[in-house]
Design a protein around this ligand. Structure first.
Ligand code: BGC
Ligand code: BGC
Length: 841
């Protein structure tokens, strides 16, 4: 039984807020607010770095020698899946990145050797000085947001939400250092971390990337992390060969958008923006952070990527930031008047480097023209290039040589090395928050019969969450973490020298009655907007069912809850004797065993020191729950957390479910041959439209009919038959898929062509009649006829390119056929593009 009350009225509210003009409702306050931003009200600081005359001389000489083409190339960053080393050379690109799904040879599991080899290739291309070119070494940026998390075998640290609970700034410095070291091993020089978001609404899918709802915790972490990654400013450690460049992100207001919508609008006032969302930036700048990433979100309707007051007047002039501002993934394309391939506005507002993953080539051409036409002045171009060169000089890039020749490079045994893993294990230990420990059940004796249950117990991928090997963190097996240890493996290890035993059964079945059961369960991995939720109810009941089974048998239970945010789990807490918020601990399950178990001599080696850095909700609609709020009424307050010595009994909690916004499915449209509510299947021909519900039915004019059919299970697919011209549509209330099409997402279609005598077949998305041209799939369907089941992927951005209004998608899928055809469908959904999608089916 689902805990969510599906209410049409609430669903409607959520829809309205999520799909339409929320960001545009405020034209007047927008004007007021902009004129109200007083840069002098922001912290007045100076860069901790003094002018380096040598560097400035070199910058001047380079600017003098560079052509306009070379300068424009310098301000553009392309994604390694969309650019070749040769193109880096040809277009003089200043930087590349690997997005969450991008990797050498398009393989997320590529070996560390491959990463380093590719770094060499890009570096060689960028430094080529033939034809009189200047040859400036490029930067390679990567989201090493919880360790060097794109690399198989690297140490995976807890995500920031767990680190916030550890409340240990010194530990942050160690984590930064380890991450920098492992990046250096693979030849990369720049991480897009730390995230300094102060998440204020737990509906936000990136809540776990935030250390805390409390700006003080975020502020206290900024300096140690940046210093750990870059080395302490004004010492000989700073940006030396054992450190890398750090990025503070996302500037500014990412954690405070309306409804927690990723990339949404922040409508806070200036004081809140400064003191809450901005809290981490002054200390990061004081630590000498070299890059700041502009945020996707807007502030009172103005996208940060085009926000001159904030990017220039506040950040640079007032707060003394003297590195460069990088954009986020095509974030410039969301600025008013811009597209992914053209945006002088953002550049003129203070964005120094465009992150233009797949759009770089046309952006390069357009930016070049804008410089030539004067829309972008040479002075502004020189300013941005100078900032980028300055960072490169500070990082020693001009003298560093081939990536593989640098210190630490190729030292693969450092990836996931024992000492690195020890730091991660310490971080896990310190990040765990003990929410309940009735009758002081924890720490457990290793000298007893322990049953471990729950599907998350032996799943390092789930424990690591998003941004782990793949963007969404999905599809990872334990074998992808050769140096990691699952929670189950760690518990087993903890009893090896004792009299006890550990059995594992995911559903909690057993032959011999255990003395105690440990149930590990929680959220599945997600990243960015894919993690946005309508409420903070934990709706997956599989853990609860296992817990209840033990409860009924009077077996004491310990819950280990894996999650990227605080969630309403009162029923689960009630069914547990002890309950631990473990967040997203990463690859070192040992940190969990360290605190839940006594040692062989029954001694306590480690106590729980984690304290909530996010308030824990009392009901599922408490998504905005921040300590200083007016009606603050949490279940567990900010700072809460038990020690094993605390003799506190958590009484039975209220399990009454409150009405919450229902989950409107914007990722799943057709599953197992059935429309996912509230989507409808519609058959349409010249005579009219009708809805398909089940069984067999046809359109008004009979040109198209649908019948249910078996694929892997009974009636888990439908067969759509055409005779003449007809449209098969999936329809609902308009949803906003703009973020999905900006991120690298695709429509997945699981289908089989039984026959296809076509004149024409085309797929459309959402555009009613305004699409310039729908995607023609005639040839594909003809070719696949009789070929069995296919999995097709079409990039969402292809539909945007042909004019679909991605903000208002009423029809996420339409297949129009002229001719006769028979096509079986099992699944139509939105997924992250893992490199398979194109603009063809
Ligand atoms: C995210 C950033 C990330 C970038 C590169 C964006 O979508 O918002 O946090 O650094 O992609 O992967
Ligand atoms: C990339 C991420 C990026 C996201 C943008 C994904 O395809 O892998 O790095 O953050 O798109 O939303």
């Amino acid at each position: 039984m689902s805990k969510v009350h599906h209410s049409i009225a609430f669903a409607f509210v959520f829809l309205v807020s999520s799909c339409s003009g929320m960001e545009k409702t405020n034209t007047t306050s927008y004007q007021e607010d902009i004129s109200n931003i007083q840069p002098q009200a922001w912290p007045s600081q100076q860069s901790p770095l003094t002018v380096n005359r040598e560097h400035e001389k070199k910058i001047a000489a380079l600017l003098n020698a560079m052509t306009v083409e070379e300068k424009v190339g310098q301000i553009i960053q392309a994604d390694i899946n969309s650019v070749t080393p040769n193109e880096v050379r040809e277009y003089y690109l200043g930087a590349v990145l690997n997005g969450g799904n991008s990797a050498p040879e398009n393989n997320n599991r590529a070996s560390a050797e491959k990463w380093l080899a590719l770094a060499d290739k890009f570096w060689l291309a960028s430094t080529d000085k033939s034809d009189g070119r200047v040859g400036i070494p490029l930067l390679w940026g990567s989201d090493a947001v919880h360790g060097h998390n794109n690399i198989v075998g690297a140490t995976i640290f807890p995500h920031n939400i767990g680190l916030g609970a550890a409340n240990d700034p010194l530990l942050m410095a160690k984590i930064g250092k380890v991450t920098a070291t492992e990046m250096r091993v693979t030849g990369l020089d720049w991480t897009f971390a730390p995230t300094l978001a102060v998440a204020r609404n737990s509906r936000w899918g990136r809540t776990y990337e935030s250390f805390s709802e409390d700006p003080a915790i975020v502020a206290s972490y900024a300096e140690p992390l940046v210093s750990g990654i870059q080395g302490k400013v004004n010492t000989d450690q700073f940006l030396n060969s054992h450190h890398i460049i750090s990025t503070a992100k996302h500037f500014i207001g990412d954690g405070g958008t309306l409804n927690g919508q990723d990339q949404g609008d922040n409508v806070d006032d200036q004081i809140t923006m400064r003191d809450v969302h901005g809290a981490g930036y002054p200390p990061a700048i004081q630590a000498g952070v070299q890059v700041i990433m502009a945020s996707f979100n807007s502030w009172h309707g103005i996208k940060m990527h085009g926000h001159k007051t904030m990017l220039t007047d506040v950040l640079v002039d007032q707060m003394g930031f003297d590195g460069f501002v990088v954009g986020d993934w095509n974030g410039h394309g969301q600025v008013e008047g811009c597209t992914n391939v053209s945006c002088a506005n953002a550049f003129n507002a203070g964005l120094d480097m465009f992150m233009a993953p797949d759009s770089w080539k046309q952006l390069y051409q357009n930016t070049l023209e804008q410089v030539k036409s004067g829309e972008i002045t040479l002075a502004r171009l020189d300013q941005a290039v100078a900032r980028i060169l300055r960072v490169k000089l500070r990082a020693g890039l001009f003298d560093a040589g081939l990536p593989s020749s640098r210190p630490l490079a190729g030292n693969y045994k450092l990836l996931g090395s024992e000492s690195h893993r020890a730091v991660a294990r310490e971080a896990v230990r310190k990040s765990l928050v003990l929410l309940k420990n009735n009758r002081q059940l924890i720490p457990l004796s290793p000298n007893q019969r322990i049953l471990v249950a729950g599907t998350a117990a032996d799943n390092i991928g789930q424990a690591s969450g998003g941004w782990t090997l793949s963007w969404q963190g999905t599809g990872n097996a334990n074998s992808d973490f050769p140096n990691g240890q699952s929670i189950l493996a760690a518990i087993k290890e903890a009893v090896t020298d004792s009299q006890g035993t550990v059995d594992y059964h995911p559903e909690g079945e057993f032959e011999v009655r255990p003395d105690v059961a440990i149930v590990v369960f929680g959220e599945q991995p997600y990243a960015e907007f894919q993690g946005d939720r309508p409420h903070v109810d934990f709706t997956d009941n599989t853990g609860l069912e296992v817990l209840k089974k033990f409860k009924a048998l009077n077996i004491p239970t310990v819950s280990i809850f894996i999650s990227g945010r605080p969630l309403w789990v009162n029923p689960e807490i009630n069914a547990s004797d002890a309950f631990i918020a473990a967040w997203l601990p990463g690859s070192e399950g040992g940190g969990i065993a360290d605190v839940i178990m006594r040692n062989e001599q029954e001694k306590i080696e480690h106590d729980f020191v984690g304290r909530l850095s996010f308030s824990w909700p009392k009901s599922a609609d408490q998504e905005v729950l921040n300590a200083e709020g007016a009606d603050y009424d949490p279940l567990f307050a900010l700072g809460y957390g038990l020690s094993v010595t605390d003799n506190v009994n958590v009484e039975q909690l209220n399990e009454t479910q409150v009405a919450t916004l229902s989950d409107y499915h914007i990722s799943n449209f057709l599953l197992s041959g059935a429309a996912v509510s509230p989507w409808r299947l519609v058959l349409s021909d010249a005579k009219g439209r009708s809805q398909y519900l089940q069984g067999t039915s046809s359109s008004a004019g009979g040109n198209i009919s649908v019948e249910s059919a078996d694929y892997l299970a009974q009636e888990d697919s439908i067969i759509v038959n055409w005779l003449g011209q007809g449209r098969f549509l999936i329809e609902g209330e308009p949803v906003d898929l703009e973020r999905q099409s900006n991120g690298d997402m695709a429509i997945q279609i699981d289908y089989r062509v039984l026959s296809a005598n076509l004149q024409r077949a085309s797929i459309k998305l959402g555009c009613e009649n305004q699409c310039k041209s729908p995607l023609d799939v005639t040839k594909t369907l003809q070719e696949k006829a009789g070929d069995g089941w296919q999995q097709g992927f079409i990039k969402l951005s292809c539909f945007a390119d042909i004019g679909a209004d991605m903000k208002n998608i009423k029809v996420p899928f339409e297949l129009e056929v002229i001719g006769s055809a028979s096509i079986q469908l099992n699944k139509i959904k939105v997924v992250a593009n893992q490199g398979q999608a194109s603009c063809q089916l």
